[in-house]
Write a protein that binds this ligand. Structure first.
Ligand SMILES: [Mg+2]
Length: 273
């Protein structure tokens, strides 16, 4: 059994980023040897920090499904299609961020002063744009596959800007104030690939899984898993799913809703608390 979870607004509280309300249920997953796989739009550096706080030792999915990081030695037989980076084997699904920085550099001439990217803004600029503290801004800026862009020009020009980006092969994901410019990836395809690695490693015909998310960028992941747990959000509606699997919706928000839903899922698999 596997649990794939989004961070912001799901395992982490939308406002305080706390996961305390989920701690008892996280401990049950550890006791039952059920891997908790973090899957976020955040960067490697940001997710590493959360994994450390959670004492989590499992693989994780970064930058909206752009890459899957597997600790070296985690699987007895290392998965193919991976590259070695530090202590991890990395399955990359899209080209590197440099490609999009080059495209954005060209677009800066065509749309002068009309957008700001993380790279162009620098750490101080990212702090000003996001309200993050310096060490958080450094971790958020340490991106490998995608570039957040803040459009500050006229709204009617933005569509033309996005059109040019898409023509250059970019996939655009909207999240709050920023649009994320990246290759063609999503959390769902990353989940499918990683679940297959577990299935092979465990010599099973099928691996039972739960995916947990609160918003639109989780939709592909929620639809890829056998069971989806939608976490109630203070800022958006539940994402709409077209899935043949089971769908659960939490009553509570953030980590409290996470605990509520995971507990229910464990009970349906006869794991009592
Ligand atoms: Mg979220």
């Amino acid at each position: 059994m596997l649990v794939f979870s989004d961070l912001d607004g799901s395992l982490l509280d939308h406002f305080s980023y706390s996961f305390e309300a989920a701690r008892p249920v996280i401990d049950i997953l550890i006791k039952e040897d059920i891997p908790l796989i973090l899957s976020s739009s955040k960067t490697f550096a940001e997710i590493e920090e959360t994994r450390h706080a959670l004492n989590n030792t499992h693989p994780f999915i970064v930058e909206n499904g752009a890459a899957v990081f597997i600790p070296k030695g985690y699987f007895v037989h290392p998965p193919g299609d991976t590259v070695s980076r530090g202590n991890y084997l990395v399955y990359e699904t899209v080209p590197g961020r440099e490609q999009w920085l080059a495209v954005l550099e060209k677009l800066a001439l065509q749309f002068p002063g009309q957008f700001k990217s993380f790279h162009g803004a620098g750490i101080a600029g990212v702090m000003a744009m996001t309200g993050l503290a310096e060490h958080q801004a450094i971790a958020a800026s340490d991106r490998a596959y995608s570039e957040p862009v803040h459009w500050i020009g006229a709204p009617e020009e933005e569509e033309r800007f996005l059109h040019v980006l898409r023509r250059e092969g970019a996939t655009i994901t909207r999240g709050g104030r920023f649009i994320s410019v990246s290759g063609d990836c999503d959390k769902g395809r990353a989940l499918d690939w990683l679940r297959e690695q577990y299935r092979r490693a465990l010599s099973l015909s099928r691996v039972e899984d739960l995916a947990i998310g609160d918003s639109e960028n989780d939709r592909a992941m929620l639809e890829a898993a056998k069971t989806a747990l939608l976490i109630r959000s203070p800022v958006n509606d539940f994402p709409l799913l077209t899935t043949s699997g089971g769908i659960m919706r939490s009553n509570k928000m953030g980590p409290a809703g996470w605990s509520e839903g995971v507990t229910r899922w464990l009970r349906t698999h006869r794991i009592s608390l």
